[in-house]
Design a protein around this ligand. Structure first.
Ligand SMILES: Nc1ncnc2c1ncn2[C@@H]1O[C@H](COP(=O)(O)OP(=O)(O)OP(=O)(O)O)[C@@H](O)[C@H]1O
Length: 259
């Protein structure tokens, strides 16, 4: 028999809205977002610029309060500690230029006061996993943009968080590096087993990466739909030429009114 706790999703968003208030004005950035996310899913959040994707991520990260609705993260099976259990990756790698790559990756562990010997060992494993082990003692300026983003992904994992929030992490990379990083992220996600929420403008990127895709529309910012993506595994770049892949992208274009 399944226990009631096991039925609870890892993340539940119900009717979440967020209004920014500034200079006596109000701006509704996110409206009525409802979605469940299971532990271990990679959910791609796709939508046009300004539709509230980053705002939603900031609400989940606890950086912004929401105005209405409920945000539940964690359940009885997998409890969640805000601050401790979140890793973040941004569009820019935001590495500290005076610290080596290994020391940059260690930063969250240092801030959280985790035991350093064990964290250093974990950072070494992660730097290997993201494929830049030879650059552990290099400085950020010695790495390409893609390599810096690999380091920031390792940094987001060093304190072993349960949820990784990624805000257009590959948006600043050239097209080929971005494709390569998509493949790498798939591998890293599978190896780490983490729950990932991945914000992107890229419809193809969302379908390729997402085990679930959530589509947000602008004006007002609403969740148009969310659905599971069932594509042959392991996903390789050739899946992008398949009919199924085309159907999913078509569905998103239609939801965004771009068909
Ligand atoms: N701190 C803030 N104060 C006031 N308005 C804000 C603030 N942050 C965001 N907004 C507004 O809220 C809306 C949603 O912004 P948000 O950054 O969440 O969108 P987005 O979908 O992530 O956009 P992009 O894809 O361009 O990064 C935008 O119109 C933006 O101008």
């Amino acid at each position: 028999m399944t226990s009631p706790a096991a039925k609870q999703p890892f993340i539940r968003l119900e009717g979440v809205s967020k209004t920014y208030r500034f200079g006596g004005k109000e701006f509704l950035a996110v409206s009525d977002v409802t979605m469940d996310i299971e532990e271990g899913q990679l959910v791609a959040l796709v939508g046009p610029s300004g539709c509230g994707k980053s705002t939603l991520l900031k609400v989940l990260a606890g950086l912004h309060n929401h105005d209405s609705g409920t945000v539940q993260i964690g359940n009885e099976v997998s409890p969640f500690t805000p601050g401790r259990d979140i890793g973040m990756v941004f569009q820019q790698a935001l590495l500290l230029k005076w610290r080596t790559i290994l020391d940059n990756i260690l930063l969250p562990a240092e801030i959280l006061g985790l035991p350093m010997a064990a964290s250093r060992e974990r950072a070494r494993d992660l730097i290997e996993m993201v494929g830049i082990a030879n650059f552990a003692d290099a400085y950020p300026s010695q790495l390409s943009g893609g390599m810096q983003q690999r380091a920031s992904i390792a940094r987001s994992l060093v304190h072993d968080p349960k949820l990784i929030l990624m805000d257009e992490p590959f948006g600043a990379l050239d097209a080929l590096t971005r494709e390569r990083m998509n493949l790498e992220l798939m591998r890293i996600w599978k190896e780490s087993g983490k729950t990932i929420l991945f914000v992107t403008h890229g419809i193809q990127e969302a379908v390729f990466l997402g085990s679930k895709v959530a589509v947000l529309t602008a004006g007002p910012a609403r969740m148009a739909a969310h659905f599971d993506v069932n594509l042959p595994e392991p996903r390789t770049l050739s899946v992008k030429t398949s009919e199924q892949f085309g159907q999913y992208t078509k569905q998103i274009y239609a939801l965004l009114g771009m068909d």
